[in-house]
Design a binder for this molecule. Structure first.
Ligand code: ARG
Length: 457
């Protein structure tokens, strides 16, 4: 397609390093949409006859059908998706096909195609996150008042509700959806088409019409920026990496919760895997893979950022390497979101195990300290000290919980402590008492669930 000025053919290695068709054939839909919009614009501007435009439109539709049917032969000699489609078009419709590339370059073409692809992929990612959120909300509603240990440093801290814990992820993921939508807005703002190679074109094209036809907000106002900007892809990968990082935290909790040591939850058979040697095993492979995929997507962001760093204007072939990174990142994300939604939707929780664990590790010690502050007007620092002494005493007596300590032991440390103080030590009382806005009390959790139901993800 560009061989005119060369006498020799490229070497095999040159062709191998240069060809991107194995990767960028995934842009075919966007490429055809871009070419159709471009041809229609050329015709409207009198730069192409209506007859040629008609042939181009029909020819591109037929090529789309061919690719859809798997009947299209992609060729490495033709380098990339743009040249593959253009060559096939000319093969099918003749002379008119050769006129399509008037007033454009592969530089604005690929920048346009890639934005269209990323825009759609981001919409898909938003939907994927939404499905995970809905699964979490369903489980949060069923388990709004189920007790479990809340952790800091992965050590029992205070009892919380499972509903509260699951809703934490719903909030996190809501910010992810906002970030992904923001990245989509950036991506679909400026249409590069018509920027041509880098400097614009001498033909009287109408860039606003192609921008509108392809659902961009406006034509990119600077042709150099139009062909060389990839920050939309960086933003998309950053948003994906953050969202997948969040999914990896939940994945890690699933690994912990489903381990026989915790045994808080069980994955359905459909989301568990067996061991080839240990018949008893139910492994959480999908959750583990989500942890690993998060690492890869973060690395893909980093790779693209490194490609962009210090790249002079305008187009350089370095930019061709952006596609594989984005495609792989979105593939990993789509799979991870689907797996996470599936695991959460079908997960079974063990209420008794979680409730027992919720009360272990002196998890309600803060409640006793709070009682000393509220009922005896003891300053919190002193109350903390008194409670600490009681925990030490219970430990010395080999008692698992402060509630097992006889009243006499309490009074030996602080004579004004009554039975009422010991009543605060129950897990359910502890949970119900944390009713501040955003707190773990079932009444607050149900309030949040009601709010989510008004505006579901
Ligand atoms: N396959 C190329 C890419 O993905 C298309 C642009 C080629 N432009 C060029 N000047 N060689 O970046």
């Amino acid at each position: 397609m560009w061989g005119g000025r060369f006498a020799d053919k490229p070497t095999d290695a040159m062709q191998a390093i240069n060809a991107s068709i194995d990767i960028d054939q995934r842009l075919w839909r966007a490429d055809i949409a871009g070419s159709k919009a471009h041809a229609a614009m050329l015709a409207a501007q009198g730069l192409l006859t209506a007859e040629d435009d008609g042939k181009i439109q029909a020819g591109l539709d037929q090529i789309a059908a061919e690719i859809e049917a798997g009947a299209f032969t992609f060729s490495r000699e033709l380098e990339d998706i743009h040249l593959n489609i253009e060559a096939r078009l000319t093969e099918r419709i003749g002379e008119a096909g050769k006129r399509l590339h008037t007033a454009r370059s592969r530089n604005d073409q690929v920048a346009t195609d890639f934005r269209l692809w990323i825009g759609e992929a981001l919409a898909r990612a938003v939907a994927g996150v939404g499905r995970v959120q809905r699964a979490l909300l369903m489980q949060a509603e069923v388990h709004a008042d189920w007790a479990m240990p809340g952790f800091t440093h992965l050590q029992s801290a205070q009892p919380i509700t499972l509903g509260h814990h699951l809703l934490a992820y719903v909030e996190m993921l809501e910010r992810d959806r906002a970030r992904l939508r923001g990245a989509r807005d950036t991506t679909m703002r400026d249409c590069p088409l018509g920027a041509a190679a880098l400097a614009g074109t001498g033909f009287p094209i109408d860039r606003s019409s192609t921008a509108a036809a392809l659902n961009f907000s406006r034509p990119a106002p600077n042709s150099l920026d139009a062909v060389s900007a990839r920050d939309f892809a960086l933003e998309a990968l950053a948003a994906l990496a953050i969202a997948l990082t969040h999914l990896s935290r939940l994945a890690e909790e699933i690994v912990l919760w489903t381990s026989p040591q915790f045994a808080f939850a069980r994955l359905s058979d459909a989301w568990s895997t067996g061991s080839s040697i240990m018949p008893q095993k139910r492994n959480p492979d999908a959750a583990e893979l989500i942890r690993a995929k998060a690492a890869r997507v973060t690395a893909h962001f980093s790779a693209l950022a490194s490609i962009m760093k210090a790249l002079p204007l305008a187009y350089a072939k370095d930019l061709q390497e952006d596609k594989a990174l984005a495609f792989e990142a979105f593939d990993a994300f789509d799979l991870s979101a689907a797996a996470m939604a599936g695991m959460i939707e079908t997960m079974i929780f063990d209420g008794a195990r979680m409730a027992a664990a919720a009360g272990a590790g002196f998890s309600t010690a803060t409640d006793l300290a709070d009682w000393l502050v509220r009922d005896l007007k003891i300053p919190f620092r002193d109350a903390h000290h008194i409670t600490g002494a009681l925990v030490r005493r219970a430990e010395a007596l080999g008692l698992p919980s402060l509630a097992d300590l006889p009243l006499g032991e309490f009074q030996a440390v602080e004579p004004r402590i009554t039975e009422a103080a010991r009543a605060t030590l129950g897990v359910d009382q502890s949970i119900a008492s944390r009713a501040s806005y955003g707190g773990t009390a079932p009444v607050r959790v149900r309030e949040q669930i009601a709010r989510w139901k008004e505006t579901p993800p």
